[in-house]
Design a protein around this ligand. Sequence first.
Ligand code: ZN
Length: 295
Amino acid sequence: MLKYIFSLIMVVGLVTPAWAQLHIVATLPALGQIAHGVGGSYAEVHILAHPDQDPHFVPPKPTLARHLARADLLVAAGLSLEIGWLPPLIEASRNPLIRPGAKGYVDGGQVLAEVLGKPGGKISRALGDIHPDGNPHWWLDPLNGVRLAYQLAARMGELDSAHAPVFEQNAEAFAAQVQTRMADWRQRFAALGPLVSYHDSYLYLARRFALRIIDFVEPKPGIEPSTAHLDALVKRLQRGEAVAVWLEPYHDGRTVRRVCELGQVPCLIRPDVIAGDGFGAYLGLFDVLAGKGGR
Ligand SMILES: [Zn+2]
């Protein structure tokens, strides 16, 4: 009998973690890495966008809605970043738990201390500006990543109260890791000269680490540059006003390569995420951004 009970405990012990896991869906890899770090073995995280996809324009394939259908929690960047593709996926998932406003929906844009880059004037998404609510690339400030981690720990704790202390501890440990690395990052970013970037992706990074981004290849986020804009940009580069042009892998193209060639500066690929799981991958992103390499 004792043997039977022991076997039963063993079986229950093996099966329970799978039942207990929260199903979390993150729109973007960096958000998924943070969710994975907070949830540890008590969460299964699925990420909708690939690391090499422009987060503004992810094709809303039906397979992505299937992941949302079984999610307990959805974490999005917010600030209209995913507006072109996430709402139809939420609709198609028919999952009331993860609708905006529900307990299972975390909007990263709402946990920020400050939203940067709110547009002035009458420029709107309808006119082509894809940052109508302010700049949504906030995860490129590691302290914003920490804010998200705490928010996720609180929300996961509500959904799985038995493991709330674990989620809280994981978020605390992450915050401590970020603090440990800040001084090194500050030093390395300070050594970089003024830059031009393709898209206005690095605003939060620049604010946190006093990086100087003097101009953009896109005249407004999401708007293709005119020849006159590119000519003016090349002249600034030729005058030595910036040391490099930063671009994400999905912005690479002949136009920007030509700008770098004429401006006699390197075009450096600086991604908004690196492959990998958990906090380690998220933190590694800042090492890559602060690095000197590129191509
Ligand atoms: Zn953008």
